[in-house]
Design a protein around this ligand. Structure first.
Ligand code: M6R
Length: 610
């Protein structure tokens, strides 16, 4: 996830670009860059690090001119570095562009363009678009971009400029957000409304597959074939703070709502064209080595540990490789048995900087064991030090309570499981195709869950004064119960415990009384009947039952005080759906109790000390 901006008009572009990029820094912040066209020249400036590095450089040596594009980067392909940061230019340096998204077929296109003589400087997928536009450029930038995009697969939001066309800014969108701001004798592009709110409140939303030509006089929007689209101008009346949160009152709620997109992005480019296998680009461990793995040890902390437990269930079921899941702070101080060549350590981390997780992978590597990490932040220490990486594509997570990072980590485990199962022959081609097809239905189902929060709001109102809560689940949804309890503790300060429901009779049942909300994950699964028995035991002791159940399950209403329904899905994938109402329950409880949702007391987003 990156942020892009662009300006065309009579004013100097740079101050407008910098103001916009500052508003978009929440979308990514490992490097930034800008380009300005003026006097028949194209000047590009890029800086590694926070936006202030670019600002300082532009203040020291300004780039004057009324046409410009800017970018703040959140790396997806290629480490954070000056070369990999945007804008990216073609061979001649006559044109350049900024990009947010992932060009899925970039390797194929790169080979082709290299064979045609194009010279690449970065490791990014973005640079291929600049060379493609160069290839098709015949004096009309708008037409060249339209043509180039016909060759591209994947997601993009683009801003493109050419030194010979100082009056034209070209923008395009497919799968990544992009808006056009309409001013008086000037136009803007941006990834998001906050970036241009100071300049204009009149906005055109580009749709997927649309390309726009902006001049100071106006905007023309077409499809990739050049057919003109009839676009509506929308007036925005959010204030700047609301706009940064895309109109949501909190980052946590925004991030919960981003999960359909995040899961789609995590899957993007990773499902083989045949539909029956997974492509993992940054593994850096050979298939031969992976075939020799006899045991997997997953290490992580907090929410990432819960994702690891879901990973264990699916890996053991589908690959028949034994899996151990350990809390990193325990792993690093016990004397783990690690066998080089036969054991694989997997770490899971949003930040890639968690001290205990980092120490654990270093210990594993010291003992000669390879490490594959599921990481969100590209270029983070754990990403750099691991032998292989599976990047989640969650984008920056600002809310301290992890939401979209969790579901993207679980999604990455599905990909890894299918990859390993195909390698060791435990997952057939037919089965992989079936699993991958079902996995791709998850984002749409989450969209459905997000639409109806009535029961969740009713529960938050009913239990906002609770001093304690219990979360129960079994099998794949045992970690869902742990995660539900952690979320509630973190942001509403209510004491909560997550348990495997079968453990209830071994202690926690003593807590049950008519004041205790017990959240039971009772979706249709192999353990459904067992869950219903546990629910009856709670009811018999006057406990208040909130059931998360499968839509259409009428019977569950007889046993529960409240029923939150989610769509029907295979048990294996149900943790992705179950996570969402549990996150929303914690969110609405915290709001009802007046808590600071995005920055709960005593917590830090990234725990870089022991
Ligand atoms: O950055 P990481 O994924 O390594 O962080 C691990 C935990 O600190 C993190 O998941 C924490 O538990 C969250 N605040 C939970 O919402």
């Amino acid at each position: 996830m990156c942020g892009i901006v662009g300006y065309i008009g009579k004013r100097d572009a740079v101050p407008i670009l910098m103001e916009g990029l500052q508003r978009l820094e929440y979308r990514g912040y490992d490097s930034a860059g800008a380009a300005v066209v003026s006097g028949g020249k194209l000047a590009i400036r890029k800086k590694l690090g926070k936006l202030r590095e670019l600002r300082n450089s532009l203040e020291e040596t300004p780039l004057p001119g009324g046409l410009g594009i800017g970018h703040t980067r959140w790396a997806t392909h290629g480490q954070p570095s000056e070369i990999n940061s945007h804008p990216h230019a073609d061979c001649s340096g006559d044109l350049c562009l900024v990009h947010n998204g992932i060009i899925e077929n970039y390797q194929e296109l790169k080979k082709q363009l290299q064979a045609e003589g194009h010279d690449f400087k970065s490791q990014t997928d973005t640079e291929i678009v600049a060379h493609l536009v160069e290839k098709y450029y015949k004096g009309d930038l708008f037409a060249a971009v339209q043509r180039a995009l016909l060759d591209c697969e994947g997601a993009y939001a683009l801003g493109v400029v050419h030194k010979d066309e100082p009056g034209v800014l070209v923008a395009a969108r497919c799968g990544s957000p992009l808006i056009i701001g309409v001013g008086e004798g000037e136009q803007f592009i941006a990834s998001d409304v906050p970036a241009i709110l100071k300049q204009t409140r009149e906005v055109i939303y580009l749709n997927d597959g649309e390309v726009a030509k902006l001049t100071s006089e106006g905007v023309i929007v077409t499809d990739l074939k050049g057919n003109v689209a009839d676009k509506e101008q929308v007036h925005i009346d959010w204030d700047a703070e609301a706009a940064e949160k895309a109109g949501y009152p909190h980052f946590m709620l925004k991030e919960i709502n981003e999960q359909p997109r995040v899961i789609r992005d995590t899957l993007r480019g990773r499902i083989a064209k045949s539909g029956d296998n997974v492509v993992l680009d940054d593994m850096n461990i050979s298939d031969e080595e992976l075939k020799g793995i006899e045991k997997i040890i997953i290490i992580s902390c907090g929410t990432a540990w819960h994702a690891g437990i879901v990973g264990k269930y699916m890996l053991e079921e589908h690959t028949r490789i034994p899996v151990e899941v350990d809390i990193a702070s325990e792993f690093r101080y016990r004397n783990p048995i690690l066998v080089p060549g036969k054991h694989l350590v997997m770490s899971v981390t949003q930040s890639g900087e968690t001290a205990d997780t980092l120490a654990s992978i270093r210990e594993a590597q010291r003992q000669g064991v390879k490490v594959v990490s599921i990481v969100n932040v590209v270029g983070s220490t754990i990403a750099r030090e691991s032998d292989g990486v599976i990047y989640t594509q969650a984008g920056p997570e600002i809310g301290v309570a992890s939401t979209k990072a969790y579901t993207s980590q679980v999604t990455a485990f599905y990909l890894f499981t299918i990859y390993m199962g195909r390698l060791n022959g435990t997952i057939s081609s037919e089965k992989a195709a079936k699993l991958l097809a079902e996995l791709q239905t998850v984002p749409g189902m989450i969209e459905e869950i997000l639409k109806d929060q009535d029961v969740i709001l009713e529960c938050a109102e009913a239990y906002k004064e609770a001093v304690s809560a219990l979360f129960l689940g079994r099998s794949y949804n045992f970690p869902s119960a742990l995660e539900g309890a952690l979320k509630l503790k973190e942001i509403s300060y209510i004491h909560a415990e997550g348990y495997g429901a079968g453990e209830m009779k071994h202690g926690p049942i003593a807590l049950v009384d008519d004041k205790l909300p017990v959240i039971c994950v009772a979706v249709k699964s192999a353990v459904y009947d067992k869950m219903v028995s546990n629910i009856q035991e709670i009811r018999a002791r006057a406990g208040k039952v909130i059931a998360v159940a499968t839509r259409g399950d009428e019977d569950i209403h007889r046993h529960a005080d409240h029923v939150i329904s989610i769509p029907q899905i295979s048990e294996m994938f149900s943790p992705l759906l179950v996570a969402v109402p549990l996150q929303l329950f914690s969110y609405h409880m915290a709001i009802a109790r007046g808590c600071d949702v995005d920055q709960p007391r005593n917590l830090a987003k990234s725990v870089t000390v022991e």
